[in-house]
Structures are given as C-alpha cells and as structure tokens.
Unconditional design. Structure first.
Length: 162
C-alpha cells in the first residue's frame, strides 16, 4: 500500500466543485483523511479566490493509475488540458507525494509547489506534520515553520464535513 497526498483546489464555483471532487476521491479512497479547507488569493494571475485542501489515503493503485484517475476527475469537473498553468480552475487535483517516490513522470514528485505555496503547505502540515519530505529531508511541520512568504495569505473557511 502506498501513502498518497493530493491537493485539491478550485476558484470556479469553488465550494460546489471542491466538495464534488472530494466526494469522488472518497469513493475511490474510502479510508482517508482530509485537511481543513483554506481560502487564498489566486497566485500567478488575477482571479477569484481559491478554496484549497489536502487529501490523504492509502492505495494499491500505481502512481500512473492515480495520476490518470485524478485527470479523469478533473475532466469530469470541466477541466480541459488546454488550460494555461496560471488560470481559473473548476477543479485542480495534484499528487503531492506517492510514498517517498522522487520522479518527474507521470507527475513531478514530490510536487514543487509544496515548499512554495502556503495553500499547499499549511493544509499538508495540518494533515501530516511528521511526514518527511524526501528531497528536503525535513518534516512537513518543519517546512511550514520555516515558511515565510507574506504575500500569500490564507484563512480557514467553514466547509461541509465528510
């Protein structure tokens, strides 16, 4: 069984799409943990605020199977592969970690955004403070404690419990 961490984000009908995406993930990974949901300003472009969270589960699926599943869920929520990297999203699902695997395909692991974006690192630190980042060699709690980017503000929001 592999330990996986997935970031969820949306800024188009954000509550509806994040909740729907979460429900689909739960169907595939019923033994899960889910962080608080945080709202943040868009990073890299001018746009509506995002809702973000992190989902953790154990899986017997391969990395390739998890990657394809997430792309399928995004597509089912109106995401298109032609969208620019920094643009509004109905649903964005990214694999952050697949165990301690380091690779570049089918997804970059560990995900580069982990150490760069508060909207990924804070919910991840809430969910898995003792998980060791395989490249940084530090726990997620240490990375969050050392994180400093005053331009990235985020705050917890009330969100339906699953």
């Amino acid at each position: 069984m592999a330990q996986i961490f997935i970031s969820l984000g949306s800024n188009i009908e954000k509550e509806k799409n994040l909740l729907s995406g979460l429900r689909v993930l739960i169907k595939h990974f019923p033994d899960f943990q889910h962080s608080s949901v945080f709202e943040s300003e868009a990073v890299g472009f001018a746009g509506n605020n995002f809702y973000n969270s992190v989902f953790a589960a154990q899986t017997q699926l391969s990395l390739d199977e998890v990657y394809k599943l997430l792309k399928s869920i995004e597509y089912d929520h109106g995401r298109r592969c032609s969208e620019k990297k920094f643009s509004p999203r109905t649903l964005d699902l990214d694999i952050l970690f697949y165990d301690h695997l380091i690779c570049s395909s089918p997804a970059q692991l560990p995900r580069d955004e982990i150490t760069k974006n508060a909207f990924v690192l804070q919910p991840l630190a809430e969910l898995a403070p003792d998980f060791i980042h395989p490249v940084e060699g530090k726990t997620i709690a240490q990375l969050w404690q050392e994180y400093h980017n005053p331009t990235q503000k985020l705050w917890k929001v009330e969100f339906p419990k699953q």
